[in-house]
Design a protein around this ligand. Structure first.
Ligand code: FMN
Length: 185
């Protein structure tokens, strides 16, 4: 089940650098694409940086709506992540084509795709120069959620045999998030 994550902890959802899915919606269209180049850049209010290439439908919908969702898929969604990262929504609705189910966010109209490990609702902070020069978008998180079987006491609780987030290496090859180790205090 989806549980709310307090905004001061939102950066922890993506601190470990998993590949994300970016959800967008505008004017009756909705979309989802894979994005590996997404990272936290501020604690409170939580902000993230995301590289969204100029030719993507995601960028068109993000710029038109001023909002998106960032989600971390699990290894059960590895093939789907690759698929939505290698097809454009311009060729047809990926939700219909792949039987995806989603709900809309509490603070944005962009989709929260079922089955992810976490969901961050975001609004675009317009930075026209960095957007056009580097395809880089600054996003402020307005609501955050995690799967309550994977998140406890403000941290991920992945186990070897359970669902885990994924990290992109190259061309369809991924790592699964590994074992946690505590540094000596
Ligand atoms: C694992 C993976 C990671 C990706 N990371 C990014 C990324 O960080 N930024 C980006 O612009 N595209 C990235 N892509 C490519 C987009 O997902 C791809 O261009 C997609 O088809 C765009 O879809 P859209 O046109 O429906 O928005 C990635 C693709 C894969 C498979």
């Amino acid at each position: 089940m989806r549980m709310p994550v307090p905004l001061p902890h939102a950066h922890r959802l993506l601190n470990h650098g998993p590949v994300t899915l970016v959800g967008t919606a505008h004017g009756g269209r909705r979309n989802v694409m894979a994005a590996a180049w997404v990272m936290p850049i501020d604690f409170e209010p939580p902000k993230f940086a995301a590289v969204i290439a100029a030719d993507t439908l995601t960028r068109e919908l993000l710029q038109a709506s001023g909002e998106c969702t960032l989600m971390a898929p699990t290894d059960a969604q590895l093939a789907l992540t690759h698929t939505v990262g290698t097809q454009s929504g311009r060729a047809g609705d990926k939700f219909e084509r792949h039987g995806l189910t989603a709900t809309t966010g509490a603070t944005v109209a962009a989709p929260l795709l079922d089955g992810c490990a976490c969901w961050l609702e975001c609004r675009r902070i317009p930075e026209p120069h960095v957007e056009s020069a580097y395809d880089l978008f600054v996003l402020e998180c307005t609501a955050a959620w995690a799967d309550d079987t994977l998140w406890r006491d403000g941290a991920w609780q992945f186990v070897a045999q359970g669902p885990r987030t994924i990290h992109h290496l190259k061309g369809g090859l991924f790592f699964l998030t590994g074992e946690a180790r505590q540094a000596p205090r």
